[in-house]
Design a binder for this molecule. Structure first.
Ligand code: PRP
Length: 176
């Protein structure tokens, strides 16, 4: 058996949606400086591409949380492995996530960031799997709602592979 990646969301679809989301974000932040918090590692591509489309002054920060440990099923215990490195009190923050599945990762991160007293806190996720939600968390901006399929590419991995693909795809097992 070999792994094959079937395209689910093309590079063109992503680019178009990223631009639309960026415009909505700029409207809501009303020209104020935006502190982008990239949730590592899955959100790297989305953060970079979105930032290039934001017509507003920006800063970058990075946070890393994990509950999957190279499994495809979350163990539910989200741990912050790497915290942001600067004081964000009074700043206008946009948390950028690649995918909301159970919602546990985002909830943990948002609760953690709230304790640092930002002036404004909005959430943006490229992908949302609403059927999988276990905890109550909603993003202000969503790229695409998808069904309960295991996706890779554009930052998302399968055992750390495929993050560099320029599109979002589904892993399929096929005979040699
Ligand atoms: C993945 C993904 C999200 C989270 C979503 O991260 O990037 O952050 O899981 O799942 P949840 O809604 O069920 O919490 P992962 O922990 O695999 O780390 P990674 O981004 O470094 O791949």
């Amino acid at each position: 058996m070999i792994e094959k990646i079937e395209s689910l969301i093309t590079e063109e679809q992503i680019n178009k949606r990223v631009l639309e989301i960026a415009k909505n974000i700029c409207k809501d932040f009303k020209g104020k400086e935006i502190l982008l918090i990239c949730v590592l590692k899955g959100s790297i591509m989305f953060t970079v591409d979105l930032s290039k489309r934001l017509d507003a002054p920006t800063e970058f920060e990075f946070i890393e949380a994990s509950s999957y440990n190279n499994n495809t099923i979350s163990n539910g215990n989200v741990v912050i492995k790497r915290d942001i490195a600067t004081n964000i009190e009074g700043k206008n923050v946009l948390v950028i996530e690649d995918i909301i599945d159970t919602g546990r990762t985002l909830k943990k991160i948002v609760e953690h960031i709230k304790t640092k007293n930002p002036a404004m806190l909005k959430i943006c996720a490229l992908l949302d799997k609403p059927d999988r939600r276990i905890v109550d968390i909603k993003a202000d901006y969503i790229g695409f709602e998808i069904e309960d399929v295991f996706v890779v590419g554009y930052g998302l991995d399968h055992a750390q592979k495929y993050r560099n693909l320029p599109f979002v795809g589904i892993v399929k097992m096929e005979d040699n």
